[in-house]
Design a protein around this ligand. Structure first.
Ligand SMILES: [Zn+2]
Length: 313
């Protein structure tokens, strides 16, 4: 929070928490994935964490770009506790030029869509005060889908934030294979028209002009403390809260088993007859879940996925 200006901000820099995801996405179905695709996913990851950190309920945020182009879908799922996972889906036979812009990737014929879904945590059993509070904030998933407007992930998100929250917002995002960075600045809504005596009305312009001097190299290489010091050393700030983001996948053998039950026994049996096993690979973490005939029989007999090792190679 900038003390003298009606401006608040959030900043995130991912290193190991992004490298884990970037490494998993160096290949896609046996092909090298173009770095431009991976780096846009890194920018979305940083942005998703910034938005999820400001959620006023326990739960998560899913950010999707549904593409018309070589990329069919970018997905980032972030929890308010700072964990996230991210993946990308390419169209079959998609060719991605190494210098493809975001519009080239997902917005051909202006058919790209940007969606944000807010997902409340399942209300815990019992009715403690905390559970009641989280229920009152958001009880069912809420999704906003907006047209794709902008040339970069940051611009698309700025347009979305201005439409949905009606608060002037600026974002700076960058990612390579070693780091992902995000800085979000928002002009605070004025409350009751009361401003502090020393309120500086040019604060928003001043803070964003300073942020504009941030270079890509600084975003990707400097620790956040150094960036804040370098940009805003003249602007008094009050730190609000800190979190340590991390990669965490929510997949499990039980969930894959539940999905196979939805698919139905005859479908699963026909895959088993053809291939001898049903193999499901998690698109977020690459974990392999394999079900053979014995596993399948147990699955459809008692509804509990057998506890065999998650990965068999
Ligand atoms: Zn997974």
């Amino acid at each position: 929070m900038f003390d003298k200006y009606q401006v608040r901000g959030q900043i995130v820099r991912l290193d190991q928490a992004w490298v884990q995801v970037a490494l998993r996405h160096q290949q896609h179905e046996g092909r090298d994935l173009a770095p431009t695709v991976r780096h846009r996913l890194g920018e979305m990851s940083a942005a998703g964490l910034l938005l999820a950190a400001s959620l006023k309920f326990d739960g998560g945020l899913v950010m999707q770009i549904q593409g018309a182009g070589p990329v069919a879908l970018f997905v980032v799922e972030c929890e308010s506790n700072g964990t996230y996972r991210a993946t990308v889906k390419l169209r079959a036979d998609a060719h991605v030029p190494h210098d493809a812009s975001l519009n080239d990737l997902v917005n051909q014929d202006e058919k790209g869509r940007f969606a944000v879904t807010l997902v409340p945590a399942r209300a815990p059993a019992g009715s403690g005060r905390k559970a009641a509070a989280s229920r009152s904030a958001l009880t069912v998933p809420y999704q906003a889908i907006v047209p794709f407007e902008g040339d970069t992930v940051a611009e698309v998100l700025e347009r979305y934030m201005e439409r949905s929250e009606q608060i002037p917002t600026q974002l700076w995002l960058a990612a390579d294979d070693h780091a992902a960075f995000g800085l979000l600045l928002q002009r605070m809504p004025q409350q009751g028209g009361k401003l502090p005596a020393d309120f500086d009305d040019d604060g928003w312009r001043r803070v964003t002009t300073l942020a504009q001097t941030l270079t890509r190299a600084e975003m990707l290489q400097l620790p956040v403390e150094a960036i804040l010091q370098r940009l805003f050393w003249e602007c008094p700030m009050t730190p609000l809260a800190q979190r340590r983001p991390s990669f965490a996948c929510t997949c499990s053998r039980d969930k894959v088993g539940a999905m196979l039950k939805m698919l139905g026994q005859s479908e699963v049996d026909s895959i088993l007859a053809e291939r001898g096993e049903v193999a499901v690979k998690c698109e977020f973490c690459n974990n392999d879940y394999r079900f053979d005939a014995v596993d399948s029989a147990q699955l459809f007999a008692d509804g509990i996925a057998p506890r065999t090792p998650a990965s068999r190679h």
